[in-house]
Design a protein around this ligand. Structure first.
Ligand code: 4NP
Length: 144
């Protein structure tokens, strides 16, 4: 199974989702390949936001080696499922789909609910971690 996590900047939410999903899948003995990307290019080549690194580390997950990259249309060919954080990510991604098959790969990580953007609010990182962790657990239950 190949999973791609997508948010706007690929420095706050999707790196957390990437690290959390990778860790949970490994714990379950699942041979899943996980990556993350952003729809915006401001931080390409950078490591995750230090607040995401710190929050993940507090939960025993090291995401400091990740490198921000832009989503590319060929990712639709590479990945089985693409999970996005909020409605803006969803519409940005749907606008890049080429066909029904691409479209069916894209969904909100939390199903109906959104993962809020914590970039301008330091207090959101911990709740965002917990929301993403819960979402990843549900996804593993559904797909494994
Ligand atoms: P993310 O948060 O989408 O969770 O990575 C953001 C990070 C950076 C920016 C926006 C959102 N930015 O505008 O630079």
């Amino acid at each position: 199974m190949k999973i791609l996590m997508v948010c706007l900047g690929n420095i706050c939410r999707s790196p957390l989702a990437h690290g959390i999903m990778e860790t949970l899948a490994k714990k379950q003995g699942l041979d899943w390949e996980v990556d993350s990307a952003g729809t915006g290019n401001w931080h390409v080549g950078e490591p995750p936001d230090r607040r995401s690194i710190r929050t993940a580390r507090a939960h025993g997950i090291d995401i400091s080696g990740q490198v921000c990259r832009l989503f590319r249309v060929s990712d639709f060919d590479t990945y089985d499922h693409i999970f996005v954080m909020d409605k803006n990510n969803l519409s940005d991604m749907l606008a890049m789909t080429r066909n029904k098959e691409d479209e069916q790969k894209v969904s909100l990580l939390l199903g109906e609910k959104i993962v809020p953007d914590p970039y301008y609010d330091d207090t959101l990182f911990e709740p965002v971690f917990n929301m993403i962790e819960q979402g990843c657990k549900e996804i593993i239950k559904d797909l494994s």
